[in-house]
Design a protein around this ligand. Structure first.
Ligand code: R1P
Ligand code: URA
Length: 287
């Protein structure tokens, strides 16, 4: 039995941070970072049966072309992903009455629709990247036992080629769900290798006023190559989602709208239009 301090339920029976009960979520779940993006997705739905928000976690469940879908905002960063993934998993795989794991586990399909910065000049702003692999530079996942899901050969190559300082923790590499990769595969999406950072400025090599530990990191990541795979883009959730989905038995794919290009210093002139286009592609592919 899982103690009240470990699996925390609100007085109405909903789970602690997300404020959701098991019946409030669908099997197909879209993650967005920004809480205001939730309604940009559900604006395309025929109907909405449920809405709630606590902190940055806004959730709506409704019907799109006959399919029940939940859209949830995760806020920014891998630490939030730890909360969202564990609480969503508890909603489907733990019996809240007995506080025990259910015998038959229920897989969720998770589709991230996020913004991202490209590392390569060949991945321009306003294009889309589907993350086939993700390298986590953030450390959150190391609180779990990840030996069974990490790709040690790629990790070693990454550490060596970028001369990664292990004081910052060990990068971990996780692959996306193959079934969702096939489902979402389209000429609109370039398949990529996404780097997930634990921050937006220093951790992604941005210098405003502070000196950073490795000013050359983005160039080294941009030049990293493993069996022809190059790191395409930087954001803040994908590797954490892939890692926890793989450990918990869920399926996940991350779709990125490139709004910044770090190689040529450009930023999208119309990021809202680009994100809206990605939302429409993602919904089309989900049906
Ligand atoms: C940083 O601006 C945020 O944008 C990206 C990053 O992953 C980070 O969350 O994703 P979202 O647009 O989905 O929030
Ligand atoms: N989100 C990020 O995390 N980085 C970028 O450069 C753009 C969006």
């Amino acid at each position: 039995m899982i103690a009240a301090s470990e699996l925390i339920l609100n007085p109405d029976g909903s789970i602690y941070h997300l404020n959701l009960k098991p019946e409030n979520i669908a099997q197909d779940i879209i993650f967005v970072g920004d809480q205001d993006r939730v309604e940009k997705v559900t604006a395309y739905f025929e109907s909405i049966e449920f809405s709630t928000q606590k902190r940055e976690f806004k959730t709506q469940t409704g019907i799109y072309k006959g399919k029940r879908i939940t859209v949830i905002s995760t806020g920014i960063g891998p630490d939030n992903i730890d909360i969202v993934m564990n609480e969503l998993d508890a909603l489907v795989n733990i019996d809240f009455a007995t506080r025990k794991t259910k015998e038959k586990l229920y897989p969720l399909n998770i589709i991230r629709i996020g913004t991202s910065g490209s590392l390569q000049s060949s991945v321009p702003v306003d294009s889309f990247v589907m993350s086939q692999y993700a390298v986590g530079l953030d450390n959150m996942l190391h609180s779990y036992c990840i030996d069974s899901i990490s790709n040690t050969e790629i990790e070693s190559a990454f550490i060596e080629q970028t001369n990664w300082d292990l004081q910052k923790g060990k990068p971990y590499v996780i692959r996306c769900c193959k079934a969702l990769e096939d489902q979402f595969c389209s000429i609109e999406f370039q398949k990529g290798f996404t780097a997930t950072s634990g921050g937006f400025y220093g951790p992604q090599g941005r210098v405003l006023r502070l000196k950073i530990q490795d000013p050359d990191l983005n160039r080294k990541m941009d030049q990293f190559s493993f069996n022809g795979m190059q790191i395409t883009n930087l954001e803040m959730e994908t590797a954490a989602i892939y890692g926890l989905a793989a450990l918990l038995g869920h399926h996940a794919i991350s779709l990125n709208a490139i709004v910044a290009n770090r190689a040529d210093g450009t930023f999208s002139e119309n990021p809202h239009e680009t994100i809206d286009k990605l939302i429409r592609y993602a919904l089309y592919k989900l049906i």
